[in-house]
Design a protein around this ligand. Structure first.
Ligand code: 5GP
Ligand code: MN
Length: 328
């Protein structure tokens, strides 16, 4: 099979209605969109009486734990048994499922790929890939409605969190009228906007602000590119998990008179995660792809096997070259 995108909505709906053992998987370094989408679809399928497992290769970040019940999402290494159907959620390519996640996905008889990344290569047997959507959560909401289910608070809140996360709190260029209508529907069905925002964006330990202060002090601007970095030893000194550094990119993109921002986050010695953000519709996903990553036009990422210094000089050189071609 491997047919392109949207026509697969009906096929996926009928397949899920008849399927029994279903495994839902999200991507490595899970974010609010994939965790919220995973929980909503998982809970919806449970309502239909399905045998459902939800799994994540990496730990769920602390600021998203409020969305789930204890034990509701397994780590992929804890998953046992075989699955008739596996669903990859919000994963722009197969490798984003992680090593164990990818193996579990490939072992399933029917592989479903639900995502909103433009670069998605349609790696499923059934693909529901809609790049125009702000969040995978938008697609999951429609899928649940197509499954004939009512949206209650247990589905609404994770979906609201998914959309809130991928629109940066309804601020990014991907926020459309439809995104806001969906958010309004979710609030009507029980999602609590202030509570969700407080959990996701606020409620931080003191070390978080010390980390931000250090990273802000390092902001450097060359050729309208803003970059900064944080090391893994610094994160440990501040008592922070790696995932918390992900939020730095939201701040770096705020700087005036810049075309793009690069945030270098050392995961461990010799392994650097880079978060790329652009302004004015410029495309950073191509730049991330050069380093084996991907993402959206205005928000992309990649992970580089190199020292922090090497990663900075490599990506910065490429960014300067690409940035020079961006005019207007
Ligand atoms: P972030 O910088 O917040 O981790 O990611 C920004 C966007 O790029 C997200 O949509 C994320 O899914 C995507 N992304 C981040 N890292 C990678 C990567 O290594 N590969 C791919 N294909 N996409 C990535
Ligand atoms: Mn997403």
């Amino acid at each position: 099979m491997n047919l392109p995108s949207k026509e697969h909505m009906q096929e996926i709906v009928s397949h899920l209605k008849s399927a029994d053992r279903i495994l839902l998987l999200c991507h490595v370094s899970p974010d609010g969109d994939c965790i919220g989408s995973l929980l909503a679809l998982g809970r919806a399928l449970l309502k239909l009486g399905k045998d459902v497992s939800m799994a994540s290769e990496d730990r769920v970040p602390a600021n998203l734990e409020f969305l789930m019940e204890p034990g509701e999402i397994l780590r992929t290494e804890e998953v046992s048994g075989s699955f008739e159907t596996a669903v990859a959620i919000d994963s722009g390519d197969l490798g984003r499922l992680g090593d164990v996640g990818t193996r579990l996905f490939q072992q399933a008889e029917v592989k479903i790929n639900i995502d909103h990344h433009n670069s998605n290569p349609h790696y499923g047997d059934l693909n529901l890939v809609e790049a125009g959507r702000a969040a995978t959560g938008e697609i999951i909401l429609e899928l649940i409605l197509h499954l004939g289910l009512e949206i209650d608070a247990a589905l609404a809140e994770p979906l609201y969190a998914a959309i809130l996360s991928d629109t940066g709190g309804f601020r990014f260029a991907n926020t459309t009228k439809d995104t806001l209508s969906k958010a309004a529907l979710l609030v009507e069905r029980g999602a609590r906007p202030n509570f969700v925002s407080r959990q996701i964006y606020e409620n931080k330990p003191l070390g978080y602000f010390k980390m931000l202060a250090l990273a802000f002090k390092r902001f450097t601007v060359v050729d309208q590119i803003c970059y900064t970095w944080i090391t893994y030893t610094e994160m440990a000194e501040f008592g922070l998990d790696f995932e918390v550094s992900e939020e730095l990119s939201t701040f770096a993109r705020m700087l005036e008179n810049t075309k793009m921002s690069l945030v270098f986050k050392e995961k461990e010695e010799g392994l650097v995660k880079v978060s790329l953000r652009s302004q004015n519709g410029y495309d950073v996903s191509k730049l991330a792809e050069r380093f084996g990553g991907g993402g959206h036009k205005q928000a992309a990422g990649c992970t580089i096997n190199a020292s922090l210094d090497e990663a900075i000089s490599l990506v910065l050189a490429a960014a300067k070259e690409v940035g020079q071609q961006w005019t207007g």
